[in-house]
Design a protein around this ligand. Sequence first.
Ligand code: PXL
Length: 285
Amino acid sequence: MESTSLQRVAAIHDLSGFGKCSLTVALPILSAAGIEVSAMPTAVLSTHTGGITGFTYLDTTSEMRPFMDHWKSLNIQFDAIYSGFLGSFEQLDIVSDFFDTFRQKNNLILVDPVMADNGELYKIFTPEFALGMKELCRKADIIVPNITEATLLLGEPYQPGPYSKAYIEDLLKKLSQLGPKQVVLTGVYFEEEELGAATYDRTTNQTGYTFVPKIPGYYHGTGDVFGSALLAALMNGFSLEQSAGIAVRYTAGSILRTYEAKADYRFGVDFEHGFPELLRELKKV
Ligand code: PXL
């Protein structure tokens, strides 16, 4: 039995009722990893917006500052702050203030600049939004963009893969120059049959890679599965490179189960059946 007290993370994402992404992914994964989660919803949707039409969208911006003020008044402290899908410039400002309010000497601020994938912005975003997200990324200790988001943050044209090592390392270094000490880039591949993530730590100037065999199809919510597992591993004491490896394997396993079950790719991936293996990797069981 573990006797240490729980670590706590503030998760600032949307809540999409159906489709498994954002909070419905971050909450179970972080909880399973033995981390307490406080959730701040940025919006409440009936489903996510990827490939599903007719979704409802309730913007919860007006609740965010009251949440923050109340949490502050209770003197709640966070070992990590994990932001994801933010729907407006105002939300970027609020989350930026949240970072200032809850920043401690040794806590970890992880920003997933959720905006785009496969060379395309998600429906609700404009290219200008990327400039605001870039400012938020400056305050992060670690950012987790996919390649499309990385190019938007850097104001560069999107390039489809396969990529060269020189291109990926150039992106990683430029992203870390925005402010974050550590960068994890997802959707990296040097050959068609593989897919994985690259890591860079500015303080050690070290890069690292983890690849797995590519599974056909395009799956929703995988960035959130990856980000949540990455944070779970980091908070359990694994290095950046080890954590990215754990997150790549967990995400790939979730995709593979979904592929083999011939499930609708829009409805999220089967991360639930991967908990036993994730906990073994995290040395929790
Ligand atoms: O997983 C990214 C994401 C988060 N939240 C909402 C989304 C998406 C991707 O489409 O639509 C609402």
